[in-house]
Write a protein that binds this ligand. Structure first.
Ligand code: THU
Length: 145
C-alpha cells in the first residue's frame, strides 16, 4: 500500500476543500461534478482547488485536475507540491474511487517530480473510500521529450 504521509488535520482540510471544489463544477453537459485539491504544504495558499469546467464545444472542456495543476503553475507555485486529491460525482457509483483521465495523467507526468513518493489520493464520492496511488502506478512508460 502507498502511504500519503499527511496528518489527520491536513487530510480533513483536503476533504473539506474537495467537496467545496466539486460544488463549483461547471458541467451542464455531462452533469458529472469533479473536485480536485493540490496540496502544497507550507505555502500561503496550500489548498489549490480545481473543478471541471465544460464547454459547448466539448473539446474545450477541462478536467478538475488540470485546473488545479495549471492554477498552481500560473500562480508561480511550481515546487513543493505535496499531494493531489480527487473526488467524483455522487451520481456515480458511491463506493468507487475516481481515477484520473489519460490527459490529466500526462499533465501530472509533466509536473510531479517524484513519480514514486508523490501521493495521489482518489476518493469515492461520499469520501468513505480512499485509495492512494502514485504516478509509477497510474502511468507506467510515460511519454517524455
Ligand atoms: N473529468 C474530470 O474533471 N477529471 C477526470 O479525471 C475525468 C473526467 C470531467 C470532465 C468532464 O467534465 C466530466 O468529468 C465527464 O467526463
Amino acid at each position: 500500500m502507498i502511504s500519503h504521509g499527511l496528518s489527520d488535520e491536513e487530510l480533513q482540510c483536503i476533504e473539506e476543500q474537495l467537496v467545496e471544489a466539486r460544488s463549483r463544477a461547471y458541467c451542464p453537459y455531462s452533469k458529472f461534478h469533479v473536485g480536485c485539491v493540490l496540496f502544497v504544504r507550507g505555502t500561503q495558499d496550500p489548498y489549490i482547488c480545481g473543478c471541471n469546467i465544460e464547454n459547448a464545444s466539448f473539446g474545450a472542456t477541462i478536467c478538475a485536475e488540470r485546473v488545479a495543476m495549471l492554477k498552481a503553475m500560473s500562480n508561480g507555485c511550481q515546487e513543493r507540491w505535496t499531494a493531489l486529491a480527487i473526488i467524483g460525482d455522487t451520481s456515480g457509483p458511491r463506493d468507487k474511487v475516481i481515477t484520473p483521465c489519460g490527459m490529466c495523467r500526462q499533465v501530472m507526468n509533466e509536473f510531479i517530480k517524484d513519480r514514486e513518493t508523490f501521493p495521489i489520493l482518489m476518493y469515492s464520492p461520499d469520501l468513505k473510500k480512499l485509495q492512494v496511488t502514485n504516478l509509477n502506478e497510474l502511468m507506467p512508460m510515460p511519454f517524455n521529450l
